[in-house]
Ligand binder design. Structure first.
Ligand SMILES: *[C@@H]1O[C@H](CO)[C@@H](O)[C@H](O)[C@H]1NC(C)=O
Ligand SMILES: *[C@@H]1O[C@H](CO)[C@@H](O)[C@H](O)[C@H]1NC(C)=O
Length: 243
């Protein structure tokens, strides 16, 4: 009887540990997805309470380590126009969330198998120094070349009403893929924000050839030191190391 109880207890503990491990792994996947993707759906409310969801550009703060004034913890950094519905709805009713999904690659890829998450939190207007804003703009334009036409405070800018925002992630509802295999559930902001680098990956089966990738990343790293288009190499590096 006692032995049976001990066994059950051990199994339960094992289950709890396995689930928290899956949650942590899901946080790694979520944070990388945010770093690699660059479009999000900005979910806001109309005056009548109807939700609307519109595409907006972002760059992960993880991709902008040299910009002071960002949290550098995986929060998405957005450029919003004051004329946009997203901005207006946020101003009127600050209840917003963002949805990010890993892009589908080609016709036969399955969107249902891909990770995606709804990120809850608050939008904060950024107040950056001139040089930090320029550094941020550089990272942003690598992901979104067309956005150079509406950067804030640019002389060549066609639109003069954009502002930088950081979406401060407080929790994530994450769907890793199909439910029988992937993690589906909540990830706390604390777990999401923790530094989750490549060295922390615990499941080698899912990241075969990681060694080779790290070598490639190192090569790219040394190349990027010599090259002025550093952000571009950083982007390639993150694609190589993270996928
Ligand atoms: C936003 O709208 C929702 C739904 O109509 C409402 O519950 C909430 O209180 C509003 N929030 C603000 C800050 O006005
Ligand atoms: C995730 O969190 C929300 C809000 O706290 C809750 O309503 C929901 O049931 C949770 N989902 C899961 C799968 O735990």
């Amino acid at each position: 009887m006692i032995v049976g109880f001990g066994l059950v207890l051990n199994l339960l503990l094992l289950l709890v540990a396995a689930n928290s491990h899956r949650g942590k792994h899901a946080a790694v996947v979520a944070r990388r997805m945010v770093n690699i993707e660059s479009n999000l759906h900005f979910n806001s409310l109309r005056t009548d309470g109807t939700p609307v969801s519109l595409i907006e550009y972002y760059v992960s703060s993880d991709a902008c380590p040299d910009v002071e004034g960002l949290s550098n913890n995986g929060n998405p950094v957005l450029l919003l126009s004051k004329m946009s519905t997203s901005y207006k709805n946020w101003r009127r009713n600050s209840t917003v969330s963002v949805t990010i999904e890993k892009e589908k690659w080609g016709h036969f890829d399955s969107a249902m198998r891909k990770p995606r998450g709804n990120f809850f939190g608050t939008l904060k207007k950024l107040d950056l120094s001139h040089s930090d804003a320029r550094r941020l703009a550089r990272h942003f334009v690598i992901r979104h070349p067309d956005a150079r036409h509406w950067l804030p405070g640019q002389d060549e800018s066609h639109v003069h009403d954009t502002e930088w925002f950081e979406f401060q992630v407080e929790s994530v509802y994450f769907i890793g893929g199909f439910g029988d295999r992937a993690y589906i559930g909540n990830i706390s902001g604390e777990v999401y924000h923790r530094h989750l680098g490549c060295d922390k990956i615990v499941d080698p089966n899912e990241y075969l050839h990681l060694g080779d990738r790290q070598e490639t990343a190192k090569l790219l790293d040394s190349a990027s030191d010599r090259d002025s288009s550093r952000g571009f190499f950083q982007l390639i590096k993150s694609i190589v190391t993270q996928y």
